[in-house]
Design a protein around this ligand. Structure first.
Ligand code: ADP
Ligand code: ASP
Ligand code: MG
Length: 437
């Protein structure tokens, strides 16, 4: 069994939904994970923002637009009365729920329920379409099995046992359809796996079902060697090691959700990145082996804050780093990158919500300075330290750009450099020119 995940653009309009239906039925009996139609989750975020601000007319107008859009989709996607009624009932449930929140007190729990509606609607459309076409799709409601623990991690045992039971109850099904992104938290409330989280859903399902392969179908032919949104002439990388893919996803390659690689890696399940619009393109295979001795790709992570703590007493003072790390731990803020010297340490964080309190606490241990609006550029490949010259080539490419921090040797797979936001595009382009041309 394989797990196939289709992202928002892959199901972004009626033609694309029909195309996905054809693709998944070419090789039936797999599990298909769907995102919301592109734009829908953003619209649901917008509705929630209006409701938080108690702007009821704003929310109502946006709900009306969303409803009109889905009514038009149903009219174009489905032909039979039965299929249209089935899909319309699901869309009507969502619209009623959204409208009910226009007259209730709004809360974070209500927001989570609203954000879940996109995937509930896209899967309802797909099931109605497949049924209309004479197939026997079984809907596996994610809210019935996808559960997270108190620490936010997926409850793999519960998910595996429940999902297997649900699948066994549908022996006649020729395809299984489920929602990406949405889940229940440890209190039983509706929750989600963070934006872009449908990739993570697919990987969790692949892991618990011990799938033959996890396929992430999107709008590009695999992981490119640089960010195609900023650099022209990027090319797909056909093979990546799990570790390389994890670094790229974590450091900004939007094609993969940062948490998506781990479950697949732990269960040794290959992940294939494929293009829905070009199904025969090779794409990228992520597995536990990949070509050695090459630089594979570059990614960038925005909105990074660098914090430097300088202490005259760091010299020979054991325990200094411990105190610094403990401060970040106390504020539940994780560190991405670090560089140390005899007189100080620099670290970066991407979550600056606790920054003021962190800086306040760090001032007990030294002089603290902060640089905001920084970007981590991550160069990924087989960069094991015996492979000479890669770090020199990467840094040569950045010769004209001020570099605030460099980190190399933390793993065999990456070199990270911290630069200013305004230098990001120039840095990505220069790296492509020096490393791939
Ligand atoms: P989906 O909606 O299918 O989940 P995403 O928008 O989340 O799709 O991810 C696909 C997008 O990721 C591509 O359209 C591309 O713009 C962006 N992207 C960023 N970095 C890379 C990269 N290194 N390789 C491929 N795509 C990338
Ligand atoms: N629909 C969700 C989002 O837009 C999840 C996903 O697409 O992966 O973030
Ligand atoms: Mg995505």
């Amino acid at each position: 069994m394989k797990v196939l995940k289709f992202g928002g653009t892959s199901v972004g309009n009626p033609d694309r939904i029909k195309h996905v239906a054809r693709l998944v039925m070419e090789e039936p009996e797999n599990v298909v994970v769907l995102s919301a139609m592109s734009g829908t989750t953003n619209t649901l975020v917008e509705i929630s923002e209006y409701l938080y601000k108690n702007n009821i007319p704003g929310a109502q107008e946006t709900i009306n637009h969303l409803e009109a859009k889905y009514k038009a989709v149903i009219a174009e996607l489905l032909e039979t009365q039965a299929a249209r009624e089935e899909a319309s009932a699901s869309i009507a449930r969502t619209m009623a729920l959204l409208r009910a929140y226009c007259s209730e007190r709004f809360s974070p729990e209500a927001e989570k329920e609203i954000l879940a509606q996109g995937e509930l609607m896209s899967t309802a459309l797909m099931v109605a379409l497949l049924r209309e076409q004479g197939y026997k799709p079984a809907l596996l409601p994610a809210l019935d099995y996808m559960k997270t623990l108190e620490n936010g991690e997926p409850d793999m045992q519960h998910i595996g046992a429940t999902l297997r039971r649900m699948i066994d109850l549908e022996p006649q099904a020729d395809i299984f359809i489920t929602q990406g992104y949405i889940c229940r938290n440890n209190r039983g409330g509706i929750d989600n796996l963070k934006r872009g989280g449908s990739d993570y859903t697919a990987s969790i399902i692949g892991a618990v079902l011990n799938a033959d392969e996890i396929q992430i179908w999107t709008d590009i032919d695999g992981m490119h060697n640089n960010d195609p949104r900023y650099v022209e002439g990027t090319r797909p990388v056909h093979h990546l090691h799990f570790e390389e893919a994890a670094e790229l996803a974590y450091f900004g390659a939007k094609i993969l959700h940062p948490s998506c690689v781990l479950p697949a890696k732990l269960h040794n399940i290959p992940v294939r990145l494929l293009n829905t619009m070009e199904p025969h393109a090779t794409g990228t295979l992520i597995y536990n082996s990949a070509p050695d001795g090459t630089i594979k790709a570059i990614a960038a992570k925005d909105n990074i804050t660098a914090i430097k703590i300088k202490s005259g007493r760091m010299l020979l003072a054991y325990g200094f780093l411990h105190k610094v790390f403990e401060t970040f731990e106390n504020h539940r803020t994780s560190i991405d990158m670090m560089a140390t010297s005899e007189v100080g340490v620099s670290v970066t964080v991407d979550d600056d919500s606790r920054l003021a309190a962190i800086v306040d606490d760090l001032k007990h241990f030294g002089t603290v300075s902060v640089d905001k609006d920084m970007v981590i550029i991550c160069i990924v490949g087989d960069l094991e330290w015996h492979n000479c010259g890669f770090e020199a080539r990467a840094l040569n490419a950045l010769a004209d750009i001020p570099v605030r921090m460099i980190s190399y040797g933390g793993s065999n797979y990456n070199i990270s450099v911290l630069i200013r936001k305004e230098d990001k595009i120039k840095a990505l382009q220069a790296l492509s020119e020096h490393l791939f041309q």
